[in-house]
Design a protein. Structure first.
Length: 307
């Protein structure tokens, strides 16, 4: 059995690489830097930088009043003690910046290094920003498609032969975000519901084009379906969507996207339910008492110090 470090915390954010890996050697440290835009600061999809809890978690970033924890190891026992869970979410990054940084974040597969088994890729919330003098995060849709394809087909990524979970960005509540963006000094909303939806559609198309290596996680649909289900006065058959000024109704998005962009704890539960069936299935059906695939042996048989 090879040595691997204990599982590390997972923060899932709106602009991230998150991955599960076998850890065959002491982990290397990946360096990364964050860009800062001129004032007013864009309201970026981002991850929390506070000291993480000791368990693997799905954590709602940036919204302390809405933070909710779902323990990955409690709810996905097939992952517990078999994988490291690593987050590489970078505040405010778009796909252009992420693709540029990719060689600094990931190392090619090697015989004695960590092997990425699952790679969760979630981009688009920042790429979909509209061009404004106060925000330069926008990436045109065609370029976004090329960048995203470049990430999931990058030679370094493919060298690990991971299962790639490609996630659509969630819906946008333009009604809410317009109010907040204007208060921050932007001349108009930094994001538009219809524009953001087109980036989610692009992710679906990229996933379909790479269906042999990519699994689609449709977070936009999952969150919107929950919002529609909980908004009894809304009829989606009219062709309009919640959070779009054309509908004039936020509905239950008020609870799922409190600031119009970042997800609440309930939204992360939706996200979790969409993801959990795709991770750790290789251990399904094995007897728990056999501890198949454990990095370190069960305490009953683990070696002790020799005195």
């Amino acid at each position: 059995m090879t040595d691997r470090s204990p599982l590390s915390p997972l923060h899932v954010c709106l602009n991230s690489y998150s991955y599960l890996r076998y850890h065959r050697s002491p982990g290397h440290k990946s360096s990364s830097s964050e860009t800062r835009s001129s004032k007013p600061q864009p309201r970026s999809s981002t991850a929390s930088h506070s000291k993480p809890p000791s368990k693997n978690v799905f954590r709602t970033p940036c919204l302390p009043d809405h933070t909710a924890y779902l323990t990955l190891t409690d709810t996905l026992p097939d992952v517990n003690r078999r994988f490291d869970v690593v987050n590489r979410g970078l505040s405010g990054y778009n796909t252009s910046q992420a693709l540029k940084a990719l060689p600094r974040i990931f190392r090619p597969a090697s015989a004695d290094g960590p092997q990425i088994k699952y790679l969760l890729v979630l981009f688009g919330a920042n790429d979909a920003c509209v061009p404004l003098p106060t925000n330069d995060q926008h990436v045109p849709l065609d370029e976004f498609r090329r960048n995203l394809a470049g990430i999931i087909t990058h030679p370094t990524i493919l060298s690990h032969r991971p299962k790639i979970l490609l996630v659509t960005p969630p819906p946008l509540d333009e009604i809410r975000i317009t109010t907040l963006d204007l208060a921050l000094g932007h001349p108009s909303a930094t994001r538009r519901a219809k524009v953001s939806a087109s980036y989610s559609q692009a992710v679906r198309e990229i996933a379909a084009e790479h269906e042999d290596t990519v699994t689609l996680i449709d977070l936009w649909k999952g969150v919107m379906d929950r919002a529609v289900e909980k908004t009894l006065e809304f009829d989606p058959r009219g062709g309009k969507t919640l959070g779009d000024p054309d509908s004039g109704l936020r509905g239950y998005l008020e609870h799922l996207l409190p600031d119009g962009l970042h997800m609440s704890g309930e939204s992360y539960r939706v996200f979790f339910e969409l993801v959990k069936g795709h991770i750790g299935r290789e251990w399904a059906g094995t007897a728990e008492e056999e501890r198949v695939g454990y990095v370190l042996p069960d305490w009953r048989v683990a070696p002790k110090l020799e005195h």
